[in-house]
Design a protein around this ligand. Structure first.
Ligand SMILES: Cc1cc2nc3c(=O)[nH]c(=O)nc-3n(C[C@H](O)[C@H](O)[C@H](O)COP(=O)(O)OP(=O)(O)OC[C@H]3O[C@@H](n4cnc5c(N)ncnc54)[C@H](O)[C@@H]3O)c2cc1C
Length: 436
């Protein structure tokens, strides 16, 4: 049986996860089992497939296999922006934007519905978001974002430097652009909640890494560390690890990005953050820092991208990057000198060249899904649900939109890819340095 070369194993501590109570012990697969469908990966894509497939096929047994814990991957370690719209660069064609928005919004409304139905306590907060601009690169991009929102007829309002200072307590930004329609969450809590409320016929196995798989006669055999699963259908929702299964190799780039978070701030520190009310701020530049003040008063900073073919990033390197986050925090709020980060961590996400899709049936009974580059959480929720619809032959206009999405195109081979990424990263890094 072909063996997978890389299995996910994070050494660092994701602050969102650490802020939650300890989870129930993992249900680990031991021995051999036969089920109708196996899904690999309990991130936003795999959980969305599992929820929809479980609902559509209550008559069959479905297994969801996760190498670590549900929410340990990128879906539980991100910045927690569930976006309804997002676009960098000059405004795109209106028809393309409208197609994207249908998919983003459907993913967002699926997540909203499940959070309400299952009463998932993930700090769901629809307070909109602020795009911040600190330097010339930010200024260029914030104008483009404003133009895109205007093109789509979406609400937006400018915030002057003084208004930014009043709202979030810093003069770091030249100006901001406020818009609404998104949600902010604790992503680890959201993923855990979705995993806890799977349909009855879906069984979750955690700490159960798939180490090899092969097609058999009318069945797939999936080998895990302590057992094996035999199923008619296999769904791969393994995020950046998809290529380990031979899906879309050379069509996406795994890029690591990093985050740090404080413990809940004391009142005197909170008083330095303007109104002290929760907020979510995205840099208008593609490469700048994301900042949040959470519902429970933790300050979150995300910054930096690295090409990461052998993810995850080792803990000592993550620790170094935490120092950059601290610098970013103090550049904005020098008064927080005494505040340290409780946790720093990394996560890896996939980027394609053309914002292309990886979605569909790749061999008889073998399905795969990878979320898109832009607004991946809401796109992943939509794509996962639509993959289950596709598997069950449930046609819809949304499914046709998803299927019409261009496939992720082939990237240059390594080492040319490495060189290309290093140059692009260097250029973005240099132009956006004021936005860190
Ligand atoms: C720091 C950071 C901030 C981000 N901020 C945002 C944001 O604010 N908004 C947004 O929309 N996106 C954001 N993203 C991107 C987004 O989180 C990801 O693109 C998205 O979560 C990918 O979802 P996924 O389901 O495809 O992959 P994942 O969440 O990575 O899930 C894949 C799962 O498959 C499992 N798996 C892989 N291989 C195996 C195996 N062999 N056996 C068993 N299980 C396996 C993994 O353990 C993992 O849990 C951010 C990412 C990072 C890292």
């Amino acid at each position: 049986m072909p063996r997978l070369k890389i299995i996910p194993k994070h050494e660092d501590r994701n602050g969102w996860w650490e802020s939650l109570p300890p989870p129930a012990p993992a249900n680990i697969l031991n021995g051999e089992r036969r089920v109708h469908t196996v899904i690999v990966g309990a991130g936003v894509c795999g959980l969305a497939v599992a929820h929809q497939l479980g609902r559509l096929r209550p008559d069959v047994e479905i297994a969801l296999l996760e190498a670590e814990r549900a929410g340990f991957g990128a879906s539980g370690r991100n910045a927690g922006f569930l976006l309804n719209v997002h676009s960098h660069g000059p405004p795109k064609r209106t028809d393309i934007l409208r197609r994207n928005i249908r998919l983003w919004e459907s993913g967002l409304s699926d997540l909203r519905r499940m959070v309400r139905e299952f009463k998932i306590d993930c700090g769901w907060h629809e307070i909109g978001r602020i795009y911040g601009s600190a330097g010339p690169d930010g200024e260029k991009h914030i104008e483009q974002i404003a133009a895109t929102l205007e093109q789509l007829g979406l609400s937006r309002s400018w915030m002057s430097r003084d208004e930014m200072k009043e709202r979030i307590g810093t003069e770091f930004y030249r100006r901001g652009l406020y818009t609404s329609g998104n949600a902010l969450v604790n992503p680890a809590a959201l993923m855990r909640g979705l995993a806890r409320h799977l349909p009855m016929n879906v069984r979750l196995y955690e700490q159960t890494p798939v180490v090899g798989f092969e097609p058999g006669s009318h069945a797939y055999v999936v080998e895990t560390e302590a057992g094996r699963m035999i199923s008619e259908r296999l769904v791969l929702a393994a995020g950046v690890y998809l290529r380990q299964f031979g899906i879309a190799p050379g069509r996406y780039v795994p890029m690591a990005t990093y985050a740090s978070m404080t413990n809940p701030l004391a009142d005197d520190a909170l008083a330095l953050l303007g109104t002290g009310m929760p907020f979510g701020l995205l840099a208008s530049s593609e490469y700048g820092a994301t900042i949040r003040l959470t519902n429970d008063n933790r300050l979150f900073v995300r910054n930096l991208f690295n090409f990461n073919p052998n993810s995850p990033t080792p803990a000592p390197r993550v620790c170094e990057i935490g120092k950059l986050h601290r610098k970013g925090m103090l550049n904005r709020w020098p008064g927080l000198e005494d505040v340290g980060f409780a946790h720093s961590w990394g996560g890896t996400m996939a980027f394609t060249w053309n914002n292309g899709a990886v979605f569909g049936e790749f061999a008889p009974g073998l399905y795969a899904v990878l979320t898109n580059d832009v607004s991946p959480m809401t796109r992943g929720a939509a794509a996962g649900r639509l993959l289950a619809d596709f598997m069950e032959g449930n046609d819809s206009e949304l499914l046709r939109l998803q299927l019409a999405f261009p496939g992720a195109c082939r990237l240059p081979p390594r080492p040319f890819l490495d060189i290309g990424i290093a140059i692009r990263r260097g250029l973005l890094h240099a132009s956006a340095r004021k936005e860190f």
